[in-house]
Design a protein around this ligand. Structure first.
Ligand SMILES: Nc1ncnc2c1ncn2[C@@H]1O[C@H](COP(=O)(O)OP(=O)(O)OP(=O)(O)O)[C@@H](O)[C@H]1O
Length: 273
């Protein structure tokens, strides 16, 4: 079963600079799929890392399964991370290990399972992502899409209750993106695991999740059920979900922050156009 996550008043900055985002509060509902959207550089990856305690927030609290991560010792943090699977943007596979060893790595590192048990689990996860037969290959010998799927298999190996995926579909063709979405939907239905997915793929956002959140100009500008989000009249949400060039979002986050797109950073959401 899945576990939920909650963040309350979360703020994160680096090296005393302007916060990447401030005062973010949201609940990632247990057992559901949530997608986090936002223009490049709005801090979606930073949000995922802060959620599982890889980055410490400046302010605010993070709870996973009701336990406050932000108050945990490293040992407690380690224990709760065992319940989370993470698929980083590049798949983060070890280049010198074949796919089998990459996927087996968390089991060898964090459990006392025998090689026989490990083999059973690794082959089952390879089957889930459609990669049985590729286990002896090195990451450099397979396509980017396969590396993503191998990364997903590795994220699943510890039976995680919360799975965070950072752009699992970047660089994939539309058919493989759709297949990956289908795999995630099936995994969610079968295991009840909670998914939080960062994506730029609008089709994925429109079809896969139960909930959608959006970060923009350092704020969480929306977090709603998918149907509500798709019907939103907030200009920034509408522009993003319609992949439109008309609207408050400009070419770069810096440009947005400087208010060079007809909006100011203080009033980024404007009125419905
Ligand atoms: N470790 C770090 N030290 C300093 N700044 C960082 C660090 N990690 C991220 N940042 C900054 O935080 C901001 C948000 O980065 P992040 O990668 O989270 O954006 P994103 O929304 O995931 O972007 P994209 O959609 O392009 O992947 C960027 O300005 C980035 O340079």
């Amino acid at each position: 079963m899945g576990v939920g996550a909650e963040v309350v008043g979360l703020t994160k900055s680096f090296n005393g600079n302007k916060p990447v985002w401030s005062d973010v509060s949201l609940t990632v509902p247990s057992g559901d799929i949530t997608v986090l959207l936002g223009p490049s550089g709005t801090g979606k990856s930073v949000f995922l890392k802060t959620l599982i305690g890889l980055l410490r927030p400046d302010r605010g609290k993070v709870f996973i399964d009701g336990q406050e991560l932000t108050a945990m010792s490293d040992r407690e943090l380690y224990a709760i991370r065992q319940r989370c699977g993470v698929l980083f943007q590049d798949g983060a596979l070890f280049g010198s290990m074949n796919i089998y060893d990459n996927i087996a790595f968390p089991l060898r590192e964090h459990t006392r399972k025998t090689e026989r048990e490990i083999r059973r689990i690794v082959m089952q996860r390879l089957d889930v992502v459609g990669m049985v037969g590729d286990e002896d290959k090195l990451p450099s010998e397979i396509s980017g899409g396969m590396r993503k799927r191998a990364g997903l298999a590795r994220a699943l190996v510890m039976d995680p209750e919360l799975i965070l995926c950072d752009e699992p579909d970047s660089g994939l063709d539309p058919v493989r993106t759709a297949l990956l979405s289908k795999t995630i939907a099936e995994l969610n239905a079968e295991t009840g695991a909670t998914f939080l997915i960062v994506t730029h793929d609008i089709n994925t956002a429109r079809t896969l999740p139960h909930h959608i959140g959006m970060l923009y100009l350092g704020q969480l500008v929306a977090f709603e059920r998918r149907e509500q989000m798709l019907a939103s009249d907030k200009p920034v949400v509408r522009q993003f979900l319609n992949a439109s060039i008309e609207g408050p979002i400009g070419m770069t986050e810096e440009k947005d922050a400087n208010g060079q797109n007809g909006q100011t950073a203080q009033q980024p959401f404007g009125v419905a156009q």
